[in-house]
Design a binder for this molecule. Structure first.
Ligand code: FAD
Length: 391
């Protein structure tokens, strides 16, 4: 046993478990977020805007788009490095991390994994640089947690495909150059590449969000959209196509949520030392200390879970159930941390002068998308019991 001063921001010294290269990636992203995102994010959130196209190019230049893929202009980074990047991006804002997750894990990944060489050559290099933005259309107005019931359909007409249907809640939808749209065919669910501007394809913004305001969320409308035969992703049929993309994105979220929680914890810790009530800093009250300690404990545990999952993913042995563990625990605990932080800030906790309420509101989306808390509970319930409780 040795005695060293405790680092309140790294109680368990998890930093020591990272390689120099991993720390360097993290620090690069952290610096970019500090200089590029933090000064403006409050305004973007308030206005309900984000300069997606511009940010995508900057993120591309940093090598962060599809960074865990290989070839086609991607960085070929490890899963742990991708995760560390997600933490830093989400410490800025969940909207910025969503832009990157959707681009890399939901739009580039299916092309990389299931696309033809021609599709990969056409899209991946431009997506890696951020010249082209992608989105992922799975959810529909009547099919969220149960996407297998989707109504969007693709029928053959000669060699062509004709797509009809509506997709809802699609991140990056309105700014996407290419939409990966999942549709029912006679053979099962298939993925289609739908370029922006294809006749019959339009998008509508989803307004009045009070969560993920610095993120473009759209409806996709496909009205007899005619696509050539080679618009289909040839490498997959069935729900395993979209589900494998979701596993990729959920993995990144397990890390990212920790970033939002860390930002809130840091804000609350600082505030607790400077805010004086009853003649003392509020951090000197036992009730406040309990909140801070609970937050720090969950934060460190969550980061360890993410790192463990990342190491397993890099060894090629992570399972979808284990990804659900990470998404379920880390988003749930991150949201609790943000709510506790908000209470420590009192009235200041509800303004955009501090990052806390923004992160807290964002995590209400994060706990819903990519499989709700309940759906991940049922996935793990089935893994434990062998019994399916979905229906
Ligand atoms: C900001 C934002 C961005 C998004 N981005 C995308 C995107 O880019 N692409 C995309 O395809 N989708 C996207 N989504 C959609 C998201 O994946 C869905 O919202 C999510 O799957 C839940 O579906 P739903 O909202 O229809 O809720 P529902 O499925 O209607 O669920 C409502 C409630 O019922 C619960 N529930 C449902 N079934 C069960 C069950 N069997 N047992 C117990 N409880 C159950 C749910 O957990 C939830 O609490 C996004 C959503 C948001 C909010």
């Amino acid at each position: 046993m040795t005695n060293r001063p405790t680092n309140p921001l790294d109680l368990l010294e998890i930093d020591a478990l990272l390689s120099d290269e991993e720390r360097m990636t993290r620090d690069t992203v952290r610096d970019w977020v500090r200089s590029r995102v933090l000064p403006e994010i409050g305004e973007w959130f308030e206005r309900g805007e984000i300069p997606s196209e511009q940010l995508a190019k900057e993120l591309g230049a940093l090598g962060l788009l599809g960074m865990h893929l290989e070839g086609y202009g991607t960085a070929g980074a490890s899963s742990v490095m991708y995760g560390l990047a997600c933490v830093e991006l989400e410490a800025g804002d969940s909207g910025v991390r969503s832009l990157v997750s959707v681009q890399g894990s939901l739009a580039m990944f299916p092309i990389w994994r299931f696309g033809s060489e021609a599709q990969k050559d056409e899209w991946l290099p431009r997506m890696a640089t951020g010249e082209a933005i992608g989105c992922f259309g799975l959810t529909e107005p009547d099919f969220g947690s149960d996407p297998s019931g989707m109504r969007t359909a693709a029928r053959r007409d000669g060699d062509d495909w004709v797509l009809s249907g509506t997709k809802m809640w699609i991140t990056n939808g309105g700014v996407a150059d290419i939409a990966v749209v999942w549709a029912r065919t006679d053979d099962g669910i298939r993925g289609f590449l739908v370029p922006k501007g294809t006749p019959g394809f339009s998008t509508n913004p989803i307004e009045k969000k009070i969560s993920l305001r610095a993120s473009v969320t759209s409806e996709l409308v496909l009205d007899d959209v005619r696509l050539p035969a080679d618009a289909v992703l040839p490498g997959v049929t069935g729900m395993k196509g979209p589900l494998s993309c979701l596993s990729e994105a959920r993995y990144g979220i397990s890390w990212g949520a920790i970033g939002a929680a860390r930002a809130c914890f840091e804000a609350a810790l600082d505030y607790s030392k400077t805010r004086i009530q009853f003649g003392k800093p509020i951090g000197s009250f036992q009730l406040t200390q309990r909140k801070l300690v609970d937050m720090a404990v969950e934060l460190n545990k969550g980061l360890l879970v993410a790192l463990h999952l990342g190491r397993m993913k890099d060894e090629g042995r992570i399972t979808p159930d284990q990804v659900s563990f990470g998404k379920l625990n880390n988003v749930r605990e991150a949201l609790k941390i943000c709510r506790e932080a908000r209470s420590i800030l009192g009235a200041n906790g509800i303004t955009l002068e501090y990052p806390v309420v923004r992160h807290m509101n964002n995590l209400e989306s994060v706990i819903t998308y990519e499989g709700t808390n309940e759906i991940h509970t049922l996935i793990l319930g089935k893994a434990l019991t062998g019994l399916d409780a979905f229906q």
